[in-house]
Design a protein around this ligand. Structure first.
Ligand code: FES
Length: 285
């Protein structure tokens, strides 16, 4: 199976032809003639890889529908079937990062090509670091989810253990957890972005946090950050090629009396200067 596609259009004939064309291509195809019903399907059946939707539908138009889809699943691949869209709706569709348009009437070849493109797009956004979240990792993650499933407040402990397992919480992991616990992806994403101890970015073996709060800033913290960036050859939010170090900047670590402060993993290094900062690195190599 190449991927799961949901087609939403109020014209039955469009739904039938999409099914007829896409199924032999190896896709699992679901259809709905109404956007609100399609949203319910998304909740029940977990995530689809791609949603192909008409722009003009009674009840809820394609743009409104896509906005709701994005809230439920930020990485879903969207394709818009268009008749004569207004400039305004094109702008909105672009802002929603649709993969492509399908102008009506479209040929079978164009539909198959667009579906393929949308599935590829989904794979890229869902698994930016596929090596970190392969089938083996997915199995372990499912084990964590099953150990907590049905218990009140399961989401946070599952996220904590998932982060320990994977190292961070990329969209693919968040989606897997949402699926497993039967909660919307938007809820998982909301919790991950609210708590600072969750991270959506990969980290190195040693994570360096440079404080740029006022007390540290006036004592050359920015210079320290530049030195570390130059030495490690990475920018803020990145990881070195050997995965040994990652670099972050933060606003006040609550140790202003020790300014300027750099924290490596759980170790606080205070009253440092640009030269000392580089010496500190050697302790972790
Ligand atoms: S400003 Fe750096 S620790 Fe407070």
């Amino acid at each position: 199976m190449k991927g799961r596609i949901l087609v939403v259009d109020d014209e039955e004939i469009v739904l039938k032809s999409c099914e007829r064309i896409l199924k032999p291509e190896g896709y699992e195809v679901s259809t709905s003639s109404s956007a609100p019903k399609a949203l319910e399907m998304l909740g029940q059946n977990g995530s689809f890889d791609v949603v192909i939707t008409d722009i003009k539908m009674p009840g809820m138009d394609g743009i409104e529908f896509m906005k709701k889809l994005r809230e439920k699943d930020p990485d879903i691949s969207l394709v818009l079937i268009t008749g004569y869209p207004s400039q305004e709706s094109i702008k909105e569709a672009l802002a929603l990062k649709i993969v492509d348009y399908l102008p009506k009437p479209f040929s079978p070849a164009l539909l198959a090509e667009t579906a393929g493109k949308a599935i590829e797009f989904r794979k890229k956004t869902s698994h930016p670091e596929a090596g970190d979240f392969g089938p083996e990792m997915a199995g372990k993650l499912t084990g964590i989810i099953n150990a907590h499933k049905g218990k009140p407040g399961a989401l946070i402990p599952v996220l904590q253990q998932a982060q320990e397992l994977v190292g961070y919480l990329p969209p693919a992991v968040q989606r897997h957890i949402a699926h497993g616990l039967n909660v919307p992806v938007s809820e998982v994403h909301g919790v991950v972005s609210f708590y600072s101890f969750f991270t959506m970015k990969p980290k190195g073996k040693h994570n360096i946090r440079v404080c740029l709060g006022t007390a540290c800033y006036v004592k050359r913290a920015e210079e320290i950050l530049h030195k570390l960036r130059d030495k490690l050859q990475i920018d803020i939010g990145e990881v070195t090629a050997d995965k040994q170090f990652s670099l972050e900047s933060v606003r006040c670590l609550g140790a202003c009396g020790l300014a300027p402060v750099v924290v490596v993993d759980k170790d606080t290094h205070g009253s440092i200067n640009p030269v000392k900062a580089l010496d500190i690195l050697t302790q972790y190599q």
